[in-house]
Ligand binder design. Structure first.
Ligand code: PEP
Ligand code: MG
Length: 305
């Protein structure tokens, strides 16, 4: 991941001793990039563009929306996530009211089982917008569960002319097969919001289960560590794009686990940049080991200080 040269206010994230950790923005549209000092976009939630559409967006509408983001990010990386429809992000043009348990149903990449046209149209639109821009565009799929799914998504992307392909890790089955996923995709991006939901069998919107959804839970840290180690072993990027990346102490732990980029709400980037700049990579690694060794979230937080 390369930062734009000379762009104001978007110095790359670095530890005190100079290890780069790219600091990227989570966005839903180009408007959210106004005045943002990010090295790029780590999560472009494309479904947010069309959340009120009752018919599928046309290729032209999609190209215009993607181009607007790519123009803002000229010279910088943009990771476009294909539509994450379903469950907490229903799209009217894809709504299925029959599912008794939408979080465990046809959502994210699984929509392509029924509506492969939606995915192929979107990939073609992203490819057109990418070709017309100077942004460094890559694509990733939400809710990847098996290596076979990732492989068929990667093949579709490459056929559409999109060379750099990733998989989100949001399902524990994907995390435990991170090394195998990296044999078929170029990078991983860990979505801790859904990874917590599925690892702890706890609805991500449930305030009552907030203790289980705490990203400092040792089991969640272990799953992220698996992904980071798999990336480090083959020299491929592994980012984190869940809300947890915006917690300064947690960001230090993620850097120490070997995560190569952090993507977050744009307003959080300055604090994360400052937190990383205060720590050496060795200190980050020690923080990560201490958090992993802790018995519960409170102990993990206390161990990092
Ligand atoms: C996640 O699940 O952590 C994620 C980044 O995706 P979203 O919040 O859009 O589901
Ligand atoms: Mg998610």
């Amino acid at each position: 991941v390369v930062a734009a040269k000379g762009a104001p206010g978007c110095d790359p994230g670095r530890t005190r001793d100079g290890q780069p950790i790219a600091l990227l923005a989570n966005i839903g549209s180009a408007d959210e990039l106004t005045g943002v000092a990010a090295e790029g976009v780590g999560l472009f939630r494309t479904e947010m563009l069309f959340q009120h559409h009752t018919v599928a967006p046309s290729p032209e509408e999609q190209i215009a929306a993607y181009s607007a983001v790519f123009r803002e990010m000229s010279g910088r990386p943009v990771i476009v996530r294909t539509f994450d429809a379903g469950s907490d992000k229903p799209l009217p043009f894809l709504r299925d009211n029959q599912e008794p348990n939408p979080a465990l149903g046809i959502r994210g990449l699984r929509v392509a089982r029924r509506r492969s046209d939606i995915l192929s149209t979107q990939l073609a639109a992203i490819a057109v917008a990418a070709r017309e821009s100077e942004a460094k565009v890559s694509v990733m799929a939400p809710m990847v569960t098996t290596v076979a799914e990732a492989a068929s998504f990667a093949a579709l992307c490459r056929d559409a002319g999109l060379a750099t392909v990733g998989a989100m890790v949001e399902v524990p089955a994907a995390a435990v097969r991170a090394a195998e996923l990296l044999q078929v995709v170029d990078f991983l991006s860990v979505g801790t919001n859904d990874l917590s939901q599925y690892a702890f069998a706890a609805d991500r919107r449930s305030g009552e289960l907030a203790d289980l959804l705490d990203p400092w839970q040792p089991a969640l840290l272990s799953l992220v560590a698996l992904c980071a180690a798999a990336g480090a072993a083959v020299g491929r990027p592994v980012g984190v794009c869940g809300e947890a990346a915006a917690d300064p102490a947690f960001a230090v732990v993620l850097a120490g686990l070997g995560v190569t980029s952090l993507s977050m709400a744009p307003r959080a980037i300055a604090d994360i940049r400052a937190a990383l700049a205060e720590r050496s990579m060795d200190e980050c690694r020690r923080a990560a080991q201490a958090a992993l060794a802790a018995g519960d979230p409170a102990a993990a937080r206390a161990a990092v200080g």
